[in-house]
Write a protein that binds this ligand. Structure first.
Ligand code: ADP
Length: 485
């Protein structure tokens, strides 16, 4: 797979600044690993403050002309980028699997998630209207203009290294902003490949820059620079809070996609088949390593045992292995830290009375492979209920009444995704309105779409990605008043 990516010219290990591939100024590199084998995949330029500042300067210089292009001109260039992504779906998908570990079918699908987002925004920006405000004075005319905010600093995570980058970069670029992006150091390669394709598409130098290496230095350079007008981040709540505090120095716009602690609420009147299918698809997507992954499986007493049995059966049919092996549905976890965290959470739950129905330990493949797991008799005071698991563990907790389920669901600082399974229309509406989550799925699993808003309530974040609202984080609103007409 690596040979194929290299032949296509998509195996990039340098940063991209002002349209040029650059080494770190001091020549340093860091290693990127294949989590499925533990082998070093690449030595990547280890950049810091200076490179970040130069990338910001390039983006700032490019903003003048990029923001002045018409939406048609920008969209045409971005359409070429889209076509190149689709043409290289195989190489990009394989590269994602190499650096992140997911089954290659998920890698291919991730390219489409990114491409969908790109297509949505290159189209949506043509409908990004301002307003004409009805007159309040005879000699006055009032308008609202929407203008790109300027240089955007984007910091992205390792779980969907290509798709998460596209969710940020494409709305920003479509509306005329220029971008400096810092991918996760665990998985920089697919974003670098995508940047190469942006160059090939003719997107002008400096519009999309990529730097990576010393994350806090690069982050601080974004925060300190008055030229960077917006920060968009997906990652942990702890880092998000630091970035929010830092953005105050220069009063930037901020959009934050932070941690979740998603409840799945399964009521006695749920359709068992629909529920198991929905839960499995979203829980085991990316081996449970997403912020919308159901974390607290709240199950009503009447359906509990039947549901736990059906779920256990479904979990037993999953196949753990290397992402390139036929039939594999679950890859490795991203690193040892993730493995240790999950082990500690399961151990804590079991020590307090939870029972393992299936899994509950490391997989015989070694490294960071963990067995898909179902545990029952979980309670709210266990660590696993208040911590984002980010792995293939289903933790089932019983409840008696709808009120209790709503209380349990809302009893969290996080408010990203929530799922409801019921065949009762009234209940579905009541519960959907009552829960404090930005994304609510009813009788369904993997619900994010480029055309739908994605974002959290409470400490899960600020702003929305995808949909018409996804442009707002990159636009300034200008009130224009013509007087004495
Ligand atoms: P996770 O726990 O999912 O790895 P992180 O929040 O640590 O989440 O990482 C998400 C992104 O934030 C990555 O690109 C990472 O390099 C970056 N990051 C981590 N710490 C900092 C920091 N101090 N400043 C800026 N970016 C950071």
């Amino acid at each position: 797979a690596i040979a194929r990516v290299k032949r296509a010219g998509l195996f990039r290990t340098q940063g991209l600044i002002g349209g040029k591939w650059m080494d770190a100024y001091d020549g340093k590199t860091f290693e990127v690993y294949n989590p499925a084998t533990g082998e070093v995949l690449a030595n990547v330029a280890c950049m810091g403050k200076q490179e970040a500042n130069d990338a910001i300067a390039s983006a700032h210089a490019a903003f003048t002309s990029w923001s002045k292009l018409t939406t048609t001109e920008r969209s045409k260039l971005m359409r070429k980028w889209y076509d190149l992504l689709i043409a290289h779906q195989t190489e990009l998908g394989q590269l994602i699997t190499l650096e992140q570990g997911k089954p290659v079918a998920e890698g291919y699908n991730e390219v489409l998630i990114g491409a969908d987002c790109l297509e949505f925004f290159l189209e949506e920006v043509k409908r990004c209207y301002g307003d004409i405000i009805p007159q309040t004075q005879a000699d006055r005319r009032m308008f609202v203009l929407k203008q790109p905010v300027g240089v955007v600093g984007a910091i992205t995570p390792w779980n969907l290294p290509l798709a998460m980058a596209f969710r940020k970069v494409t709305p920003a670029m479509a509306c005329g902003c220029t971008v400096v992006m810092k991918p996760s150091e665990l998985t920089p390669l697919s974003a670098l490949a995508a940047a190469e394709l942006a160059l090939q598409a003719g997107i002008p130098p400096g519009v999309f820059n990529v730097v990576m290496g010393i994350a806090p230095e690069i982050g601080d350079a974004f925060l300190a620079s008055p030229k960077v007008r917006a920060i968009t981040f997906t990652g942990s709540t702890a880092v998000g809070k630091m970035l929010l505090a830092g953005a105050a120095q220069t009063v930037k716009k901020t959009s934050m996609e932070l941690g979740g602690n998603a409840p799945s609420m399964i009521f006695d009147d749920a359709d068992l088949e629909v529920t198991v299918k929905g839960l499995m698809i979203v829980k085991f997507f990316n081996c449970g390593q997403t912020c919308i992954s159901p974390n607290r499986i709240l199950v009503q007493e009447g359906i509990h045992d039947k549901f736990a049995a059906a779920l256990t059966k479904a979990v037993q049919s999953l196949r753990v292995g290397h992402g390139f092996d036929e039939g594999v549905t679950q890859g490795p976890l991203i690193n040892q830290a993730a493995l240790h965290k999950i082990e500690a959470l399961v151990e804590d739950a079991v020590s307090q009375g939870a029972k393992v129905l299936v899994g509950g330990k490391r997989h015989s493949l070694g490294l960071t492979f963990y067995e898909p797991t179902v545990i029952v008799d979980v309670t709210s005071d266990m660590l696993i209920s208040s911590t984002e698991i980010f792995g293939p563990v289903l933790a089932l907790q019983r409840f008696k009444t709808e009120e209790e389920a709503i209380h349990l669901a809302n009893d969290s600082d996080a408010g990203l995704a929530g799922y409801i399974y019921t065949e009762n229309l009234r209940r579905c509406w009541r519960v959907a309105e009552a829960i404090e989550f930005g994304i609510v799925g009813v009788n369904d699993g993997l619900i994010p779409e480029a055309s739908a808003p994605f974002g959290g309530f409470k400490q899960s974040g600020l702003g929305r990605e995808g949909s018409k609202y996804g442009l707002d984080d990159f636009l300034e609103i200008k009130y224009l008043c013509l007087g004495n007409m």
